[in-house]
Design a protein. Sequence first.
Length: 384
Amino acid sequence: MKNPFHIMIIPTLGCPGRCKYCWSSEEGSPIMTIETVKEIVAWLKTCGKDRVTFTFHGGEPLLAGADFYMQALPLLANGLSHLKPDFAMQTNLWRMTSEIAEVLAEYHIPLGSSIDGPEDITDSQRGEGYYEKCMKGYATAQAAGLQVRFICTFTNKSVKQKEDIFNFFKERGFVLKLHPALPSMKSENPKEWALEPAEYGELLVYLLDKALDNLGTVEVMNINDLCRCVFTRRGSVCTYVDCMGSTFAIGPDGSIYPCYRFVGMPEWVMANVRDRPTLEQLMASEPGLRMTAFSKYVDTACRDCSHIRYCRGGCPYNAIAPTGGALEGVDPHCPAYKRIFDEINNRLNDEMFAEPMEGMGFGMPVTKKKKAGIMDLMRASICR
């Protein structure tokens, strides 16, 4: 996030979708009340000091309805104006209406949605009719002037069709942001859809090549972010950043968690907004101490890794949620991260220390066309 403080608001864990690899609950789950939103404002008035981004997540946040956002957004924007709040939302767009779109547009809220490629691939993973409903909501959002970007979840099945998926995003002019399917902790077969680290690493290298071959034509957000990590030597996005103490999630009942992915897990409740905890008290809670312990564990476990500064062991949730909080290793996708970070570093070094092309340095034009590289990608990313 562009702001130093990030609060994820989860209005409900319910969702009308039936994505086959998802861990969320069914439609009908409790929905956050406006009174809880008022408690959030009162809490942050006592402990917030940095500029904040509020991301509405879920479940499916649009299940809260238009009235919720008509009341919640001015409460947050005006009540916490000293924090100069920005907003974002992650939604499947099924319940997008012109009424909701108008209020979101008033607050310039960018939307993230989810689509896994062509209709047949998307529906095979997310349920029959998902694609059509998402695209209908997308049209409504676009008509209101809302910016929408899609996250594409790659599973161990869809990765075999990675070329079709890439071409789908390219042909439609969609920005491609990818997410690997994770083992579901609510399934009898947790790895049925999960993308294995080795496959994930190869996918990232494939997309690096595709991003370079199609520079200026299609944007692969993950590749830009990964290159930025290497180039700046610091993590800048979720997964590759030390988020302890700067990111929290608030569940429908006002419970505070370290991240949205822990919401609904009682053992990860840090406090409740109505108790007005300080940030120090949150990090001194049992879940806070577990998160801090992970950061310290990374300092030791990854000390010999050349990528430690900008990887930080990957996502804490991926590492410690499946073990019940026990520190048994870093993010299981570590081999994938090493694979792509090594690739980017090696290519960047080759570019920076390569022999000058014929004619360079003598006032002569370079006639040989150079293939796009990491530096070109970074320049294009900065200029966007």
